[in-house]
Design a protein. Structure first.
Length: 148
């Protein structure tokens, strides 16, 4: 029988140049920090699944949402064969769960589970580009920064 991969959504939740991480209490990467995420249920769109999951798990209000990327390393999750679609989201509010904490971008914990170190790095880079849209010109070939 052919094995299938489960689709997850992960959310990089940003607030004032900090990112929300959750300390895992069981399973692979127990006691490590991870992004909030879960498997997508049948009948849900990816963004809908992410929005429902963020509200249910954190209680935070989403103020801005961007699809960040697809993370499909076959070894990304030792518990189940999976693919993650990650979102970068600006949020407001306070997380309802005490296992969640906002970390400054330059003060991230060392013990981050799954492939979330890569997702977090991508999220921080994309967030910084969104904060300085003229910075995009420096990474697009043939584009020059406009003078003010």
């Amino acid at each position: 029988m052919k094995k299938i991969r489960i689709v997850f959504v992960d959310a990089a939740l940003i607030k004032n140049d900090t990112i929300l991480l959750q300390k895992r209490s069981k399973g692979a990467f127990k006691d490590d920090w991870t992004l909030v995420g879960e498997a997508v249920e049948a009948g849900e769109s990816l963004e809908e699944a992410m929005r429902v999951m963020v509200k249910k798990q954190t209680g935070l209000e989403l103020t801005e949402v961007h699809m960040l990327g697809i993370y499909d390393d076959p070894d990304r999750n030792p518990e189940v064969s999976s693919v993650s679609v990650a979102f970068l989201c600006s949020v407001k509010g306070t997380p309802k769960d005490t296992t969640m904490q906002f970390f400054a971008f330059n003060e991230l914990p060392e013990n981050i589970g799954f492939d979330h170190t890569k997702i977090i790095g991508d999220a921080i880079r994309f967030h910084k580009l969104l904060q300085n849209p003229f910075g995009i010109a420096s990474i697009i070939p043939g584009k020059k920064k406009q003078a003010s």
